[in-house]
Design a protein around this ligand. Structure first.
Ligand code: GDP
Length: 543
């Protein structure tokens, strides 16, 4: 039982995600953060866990074959009096929508750069998402044990390409075979690096930190003097760390290391614990579920993380890892309250109530089974399709958070099942996958086709695999005549007028919202000009 008050419990939560271009070292870093946090005892566990999952679920072969991760999960561990929730984001660009939703549940992001490569295309995209959502960023420059770019070049790149003030907290002494360690700015502290000796399997522990002036034994030639000189330049040339500027998204503290060699990881974890924000106050609307009798007028409210009522939102729905069960697990990010197992929560948008008797807490080690959770925590709620991405849940059922966006798909295909007797099954299966957010589903008003939309080709492959494995359906994707989908909104009469003229191209999405399927981007522009009273939208807020 916790002896802390509710606001204290919320204040000690750190919920963060790692963003990186594929191969920069996100998986390795995740593992070493868990090691540093005492959540796992040996390296290899994260990957082994992944392998197990893959063995059980065939569609994840795609992940394995392509060496990418397409599922997101969360790992929780307690360290140094704080509770850390590490959200795993898929790295491949085809899954940017999924990543986007996961980042809505994070309060901070760790941006991992490969020291030899600096900012890469996917780093930029993910960074943009963080900026859009005002998520503060801690930078970790990885792979110092390999030949790196000049550190100042790396920092200048952050400043010019991300318009973010880099504030180095440590400074590396050389890299690759000559990596000696790193010095902390403003303190004169030096953290030596211990190289693995030839023929040994074990990574040695890095020696304890010591004053740079006493560290001569760790350097060769003029290296120590070079480092002292570089430090002077760096301390004069870059702004000192300002937590407020970091929280506002103007500054990023920069740390260095090698995830693989467990170097710089304790320092990174400390930075997250000290600087990453606790769960924030969130804006919401107090609004009765639809069709409530005598419902009070909706009003804007702010949700304090330390207040009593459990509130939060579903940012992801994951299919059960066990293919024999149709259960889905809704990932529920708490915004406030003190959750207890067995609690009843209501879905604001539908008014449905559910008893959360078997919440899943994602402890990185299997040691603990939590009975309670607080703001910032993520709980997995098993359900049979009651919960959808974007749903707001609370004890009163009256709290509604701004929805998570759906993005207009970039590719639209027609999907057919090979065995016509299974057409009914196909509908259910497609709806299931759309509810999970794997792909989007559009049902044209005329005809019996299904149009499936995705932001990337890989999503179709995942989908085909899952339809086969989980639903026993062999499907064919065919070219569709449509190039773009747009949600439409406007006055009822205008919408009806438009729909009557474009009936063959009208469809509804999974929530029965009207969608216009355009044959080309030219056509989207054309109807936009011809029907100025109608908005043709590229994103739709859910929930
Ligand atoms: P992800 O795609 O971002 O998850 O990257 P991984 O963690 O899978 O790492 C990609 C590759 O880089 C793997 O072969 C790792 O062993 C390697 N790697 C990760 N971190 C380091 C590091 O600090 N130093 C070196 N030399 N290799 C690393």
């Amino acid at each position: 039982m916790s002896t802390l008050t509710l606001p204290e419990e919320a204040a000690r939560r750190r919920t963060f995600a790692i963003i990186a271009h594929p191969d920069a070292g996100k998986t390795t870093l995740t593992e070493h953060i868990l090691l540093a946090g005492g959540a796992i005892r040996a390296a290899g566990a994260v990957r082994a866990r992944g392998e197990n999952r893959r063995a059980r679920s065939d569609w994840m072969k795609i992940e394995k074959e392509r060496g990418i991760s397409v599922t997101a999960s969360v790992m929780t561990f307690e360290h140094d009096g704080k509770m850390f929730n590490l959200l795993d984001t898929p790295g491949h660009e085809d899954f940017s929508e999924d990543t986007y939703r996961t980042l809505t549940a994070a309060d901070c992001a760790i941006m991992v750069l490969d020291a030899a490569k600096g900012i890469e295309p996917q780093t930029l995209k993910l960074f943009e998402v963080c900026r859009l959502r005002d998520i503060p960023i801690i930078t970790f420059i990885n792979k110092l044990d390999r030949e790196a770019q000049d550190p100042m070049t790396l920092l200048d790149d952050i400043a010019s390409r991300l318009q973010l003030d880099p504030s180095p907290i440590w400074w590396p002494a050389e890299s690759g075979n000559r990596l000696r360690g790193m010095a902390q700015l403003g303190t004169g502290t030096f953290q030596p690096y211990a190289r693995k000796t030839a023929g040994s399997d074990e990574d040695p522990d890095h020696p304890a930190a010591l004053p740079l002036s006493d560290a001569a034994a760790h350097f060769e030639g003029s290296e120590q003097a070079d480092l002292a000189e570089a430090l002077e330049l760096v301390e004069a040339g870059y702004k000192p760390f300002d937590r407020q500027a970091f929280l506002e998204g103007h500054m990023t503290p920069v740390l260095w290391g090698s995830a693989l060699r467990h170097f710089g990881i304790d320092e990174l974890l400390k930075a997250i614990g000290d600087w990453a924000p606790a769960p924030k106050t969130m804006k919401a609307r107090k609004e009765a579920p639809p069709e409530t009798r005598n419902a009070p007028a909706p009003e804007d409210v702010v949700v304090e993380p330390g207040k009593d009522e459990v509130t939060g939102f579903v940012f992801k729905v994951q299919a059960n890892m066990d293919p024999n069960h149709r259960d889905r697990i809704a990932m529920f990010r708490m915004a406030s309250g003190s959750f207890k197992r067995g609690m009843k929560l209501k879905v604001q948008n539908t008014g449905k109530q559910l008893s959360v008797n078997a919440p899943i807490m994602f402890f990185a080690s299997d040691r603990e089974l939590a009975e309670d959770a607080y703001a910032g925590d993520v709980i997995g709620i098993p359900n049979h399709g009651v919960l959808r991405v974007g749903d707001s849940l609370s004890e009163s059922g009256m709290i509604r958070f701004a929805g998570l966006p759906n993005f207009a798909p970039e590719i639209l295909q027609r999907v057919r099942v090979k065995d016509p007797l299974k057409a009914k099954h196909l509908k259910k299966a497609l709806e299931g996958l759309a509810e999970e957010g794997v792909t989007q589903l559009f049902r044209p008003e005329l005809g019996s086709d299904f149009i499936v939309g995705a932001v990337g080709q890989l999503q179709f492959e995942v989908m085909a695999d899952r339809l086969g494995e989980e639903y026993g359906l062999e499907v064919i994707f065919e070219h569709s005549p449509y190039a773009e989908a747009r949600w439409i909104s406007g006055e009822k009469a205008d919408l009806e007028d438009f729909a009557s003229k474009y009936r063959p191209q009208m469809a509804v999405d999974i929530d029965q919202n009207p969608v216009f399927l355009a044959k080309s981007s030219w056509e989207t522009g054309y109807v936009g000009e011809r029907f100025p009273k109608i908005a043709f939208l590229k994103t739709k807020e859910r929930g």
